[in-house]
Design a protein around this ligand. Structure first.
Ligand SMILES: Cc1cc2nc3c(=O)[nH]c(=O)nc-3n(C[C@H](O)[C@H](O)[C@H](O)COP(=O)(O)OP(=O)(O)OC[C@H]3O[C@@H](n4cnc5c(N)ncnc54)[C@H](O)[C@@H]3O)c2cc1C
Length: 552
């Protein structure tokens, strides 16, 4: 099992030419790479860390139109989200699933309730027909029967509506990139853009270098932007897409583009509680009436989020005690059990909003595409903002801008790889259950890998050793490690555990999975004991980001 060496992979890129290079393999960079490759361009996508490492896996994980944006009369944004929600539910049914939302009315005035119900009716009208059921009203007692964990104190009535959830956006990014690769794209991780080559006000290529933080989590350890290292590579391309999310201003500055920063960064904190809920709940926070969510997720309930300005770049984002207290106040208001069940996991993500004064909540969530021709860099395009839900249409917009022509087939009702959409009732689990593996394993493989599960099964069939559980008593198997390294660009234990096998949402399980993954890589990929130990230290550091004990 060859374990990719990022330095070697970067070296191999030196002197190569592509039609387009995409900087950043979050959901927007991955989507854009897929779209450009689908349109026939030889495309390279690079990420300084790992695919899906940034904002994309620190979100609320909803696939939605954004009920809240109706209050700002942002109908096109809501409509785009609802159309893309309908498509994602069909195209990736193992990853994007319908989720019922309760909207309880506690302190809302009679008039506010009418307003919200009118908003829900509009939300239904803007949704493509029959993509999900319409909303309905519930009495207080029916709402409590539907969601027994909900506080009954002062509950007047509720509404029930539907949206989508992507429990594992990390996996969605991997599948988008698999499709991009099938269309001919090249994906290289652990390398970052450190400078652009601009000749006669036109981009000609870029310098890429191994990520200085290869064995450090936290961007503060980087050398100054724009400093090429001895192992850097020169890549030529007439089109460069800056899809580096909240790092977009930093990438532009490092590229010598002189323009004022265009992003306003705000952070959003989520806490997970070990409480089992059946529905998501959309609620007005008791302190300031901001719309917040609680979402059933990974055996617990994710509650959030905050919207606090971040100064000095995304690396300054921290889970503050004030934000923990704010989210906790919301959780206790909604679920009496939350007081006795302390949060066991936390995450912070950084939004890329357009620079505008006023409250962060009032800034539009619409994406922006910037053409840097007027900045003296024709061929350079930046995309930022928007929602992960709309990644496909945003990516099409970026490709249209970069290429100067529209391709209406970008939004066709086909799968990620252009294949016919699967039957909407099947998630592909049943046909995998006939094999020799336990049902819990085949169910896991179908839900995590969808139609790629057969690749894992093929590896498991090569040698019975591969079909052994990775951790005794758990459904994940060793073959998944080989699959992550061979087919999904994983280069570290943290990549495998956190963003391929998705076993890191529980710190102790994450560390046991890490030790088991390192053992597989040691035995089958020849990793030295030192490399495994250093890698486990990285994993420990990444997992530490999610500890709540340090912050509450
Ligand atoms: C708290 C929060 C909650 C959200 N909830 C939702 C939700 O429920 N539903 C929804 O639809 N949207 C949601 N969003 C929005 C959504 O998460 C983002 O719009 C989306 O993830 C942005 O993806 P991206 O690809 O632009 O950025 P990112 O995912 O941040 O990707 C950028 C990538 O660029 C890489 N990079 C940076 N610099 C360099 C460099 N120099 N060279 C190479 N690579 C580089 C980074 O490593 C990173 O992987 C939420 C956002 C936040 C913050």
């Amino acid at each position: 099992m060859p374990a990719a060496d990022p330095i070697e992979r970067i070296g191999a890129l030196n002197g190569t030419t592509f039609d387009a290079v995409v900087i950043g393999a979050g959901i927007l960079g991955s989507g854009t790479a897929r779209e450009l490759a689908r349109r026939g361009l030889r495309t390279l996508v690079i990420d300084r860390r790992d695919v899906g490492w940034g904002t994309t896996n620190r979100s609320t994980r909803l696939v939605h139109g954004g009920l809240r944006y109706l209050e700002h009369f942002d109908f096109p944004l809501v409509h785009e989200g609802l159309r893309e929600r309908a498509w994602l539910l069909r195209a990736t049914p193992h990853l994007v699933t319908p989720l019922g939302f309760l909207l309880p009315f506690y302190r809302e005035s009679w008039w506010r309730q009418i307003e919200i119900r009118m908003g829900l009716t509009l939300y239904d009208l803007l949704s493509p027909r029959r993509s999900l059921p319409g909303h309905r009203s519930l009495s207080a007692s029916r709402a409590l029967r539907a969601e027994p964990a909900l506080s009954s104190v002062g509950l007047k009535s509720a509404a029930l509506y539907w949206d989508g959830q992507v429990e594992l956006p990390e996996r969605l990014v991997v599948e988008i990139l698999r499709a991009a690769e099938q269309f001919g794209a090249t994906i290289v991780t652990r390398c970052r853009a450190v400078g652009l080559r601009i000749i006669d006000r036109r981009v000609g290529g870029l310098t890429i270098a191994p990520d200085a933080g290869l064995d450090a989590v936290g961007l503060a350890d980087d050398p100054p932007a724009g400093t090429p290292t001895s192992s850097s590579a020169e890549v030529s391309a007439p089109l460069i897409i800056n899809a580096s999310g909240p790092w977009a201003d930093q990438v532009l500055a490092a590229s010598g583009i002189r323009r004022p920063p265009f992003l306003r960064l705000t952070q959003g904190v989520h806490l997970r509680y070990p409480i089992r809920t059946r529905h998501a709940v959309a609620f007005e926070h008791p302190r300031d009436r901001r719309l917040c969510f609680s979402i059933p997720w990974q055996g617990g309930t994710l509650v959030g989020t905050t919207d606090t300005d971040v100064d000095g770049g995304p690396e300054q984002a921290r889970i503050s005690t004030d934000e923990v207290a704010y989210v906790d106040e919301g959780a206790r208001f909604l679920f009496p059990e939350a007081g006795a069940n302390r949060p066991d996991w936390a995450t912070v993500g950084v939004r890329s909003l357009m620079r505008k004064e006023g409250s962060a909540g009032s800034v539009s969530r619409k994406h922006v595409v910037l053409d840097h021709g007027p900045d003296g860099a024709r061929g350079l395009t930046t995309v930022a903002g928007g929602k992960l839900t709309a990644w496909r249409s945003i990516s099409a917009d970026v490709a249209d801008h970069a290429l100067g022509r529209k391709d209406p087939s970008a939004l066709d009702a086909v799968g990620l790889r252009g294949e016919p959409l699967p039957d909407r009732r099947r998630r592909g689990i049943e046909e995998m259950r006939s094999g020799a593996l336990p049902v819990t394993t085949t169910d896991r493989l179908a839900l995590v890998y969808g139609s790629y599960a057969h690749e894992v099964l093929t590896i498991a069939g090569e040698d019975p050793w591969w079909s052994e559980p990775l951790i005794p008593g758990q459904p994940a198997i060793r073959a998944e490690v080989a699959h992550a390294v061979r087919s999904e660009w994983a280069t570290t234990t943290a990549d495998v555990v956190l963003r391929r096998l998705v076993l890191g949402f529980d710190t102790s399980l994450g560390m046991s999975a890490g030790a088991a993954v390192a053992a597989v890589l040691h035995e089958r990929a020849g990793w030295t004991a030192e490399r495994c130990e250093a890698d486990l230290e990285d994993l420990r550091r990444e997992l530490r980001e999610h500890e709540v004990t340090r912050t509450v």
